[in-house]
Design a protein around this ligand. Structure first.
Ligand SMILES: Cc1cc2nc3c(=O)[nH]c(=O)nc-3n(C[C@H](O)[C@H](O)[C@H](O)COP(=O)(O)O)c2cc1C
Length: 336
């Protein structure tokens, strides 16, 4: 179990496994369908940027949605402390289990406004932001960061700046800003950060993140690096059952995996672009594993073919027939 200790309240995360914030993916619909599968201890919502006014409580309430049986944090992103204390208080009023602060977003539009990962060049600003946020709520406040912008040289200083300013835990995405999302993650940086956080003036837990691909990677990250919690990003979209299997539950059948994906599309009011987003990553129950040709065909075809393909898979039809419904329909249309 991982405990986040805030000034007035603590949050227990059991198992110590978290769903990462992923803008456009891990919204309340996705979270609400992954949590009941089991094995997930908590989730962090997609970032909300603080701009010209405090983030209202109603926005936090809307983003959180109905309770899903696990703690869910609101993540805020800001370049400075303007409107931060009020936003944090509103996140608490809106029902956040805790408040997470984003110091990792690499997007140029964020970086150019000196928010997200741009703050990794300014540990003193990270400290000021964490201190202001932690002073505005009784809830735990956590900081999610990368190992640096172009080098991990200041990693120890960065994680300790957040801890000593009052963070209840630090999450480290073990990549640099310049590495985006595709370079391999460097888990050695997690071990280094965990060590730094044990030795700093105010020791706090470390949540490790980056390149957890398979259920077994969750335990492996913990034993290899000494992190206190593990956060999973894209692999949760590739296989929403990753948490259940990591916790010792049964791997999903193809029918169960398809039914989950179809339920997800239904909950979204139809697949649309999210159907393609899912297929880009999908490998639950071994589906599309080693079948990049099929994945590409599904991505190139119309989005409406994807539910049809999933239904055919669930019924045990051959993938080749199932991938072609619209192609067949097109072939069957007489030339005008
Ligand atoms: C599409 C996408 C959106 C993301 N949005 C956020 C976000 O809103 N806040 C944040 O802190 N990190 C965000 N991230 C980073 C993830 O939380 C995570 O740190 C990253 O994907 C590495 O973990 P992984 O290798 O398990 O995917 C995003 C990542 C992706 C791929």
């Amino acid at each position: 179990m991982l405990i986040l200790r805030g000034p007035a309240q603590a949050v227990a995360i059991d198992p110590p496994v978290l769903l990462a914030p992923m803008e456009g993916i891990t919204d309340r619909t996705f979270r609400g369908l992954v949590a009941p599968l089991g094995g997930l201890g908590a989730a962090v919502g997609e970032f909300i940027r603080i701009t010209v006014a405090p983030v209202p409580a109603r926005i936090c309430r809307r983003d959180l949605g109905d309770p899903i049986g696990i703690p869910v944090a609101i993540q805020l992103m800001t370049p400075d402390v303007d409107h931060l204390a009020d936003s944090v208080a509103n996140a608490e009023r809106g029902g956040a289990a805790w408040v997470d602060l984003n110091f990792g977003c690499p997007a140029p539009v964020v970086f150019s406004k000196c928010a997200g990962s741009a703050l990794l060049a300014h540990p003193e600003r990270i400290a000021a932001i964490v201190r202001t946020a932690a002073g505005a709520t009784g809830l735990p406040v956590t900081a999610k960061m990368r190992a640096g912008i172009a080098s991990p040289a200041h990693l120890r200083e960065l994680v300790c700046a957040a801890a000593e300013a009052g963070a209840a835990a630090v999450t480290l995405h073990a990549r640099l800003r310049i590495q985006g999302y595709h370079e391999p993650a460097t888990w050695a940086w997690l071990a280094e950060a965990a060590d730094a956080l044990r030795r700093c003036a105010r020791p706090v837990p470390l949540i490790g993140n980056g390149a957890v691909e398979r259920p077994s990677d969750i335990a492996r990250m913990r034993t290899e690096t000494g992190v206190d919690g593990i956060m999973v990003g894209r692999a949760a979209l590739a296989d929403p059952f990753i948490f259940r299997v990591a916790a010792g539950g049964a791997p999903p059948t193809v029918a169960e995996a398809c039914s989950w994906a179809l339920g997800y599309f239904d909950a979204l009011g139809g697949g649309g672009p999210k159907a393609k987003q899912l297929i880009r990553y999908w490998r639950a129950a071994g589906m599309l594993e080693g079948r990049e040709d099929l994945r590409t065909a599904l991505l190139r075809g119309p989005a409406r073919d994807i539910p049809a393909w999933l239904r055919a898979q669930a019924e045990g039809s051959s993938t080749e027939n199932a991938v072609l419904p619209s192609a067949q329909a097109k072939d069957a249309t007489p030339p005008r």
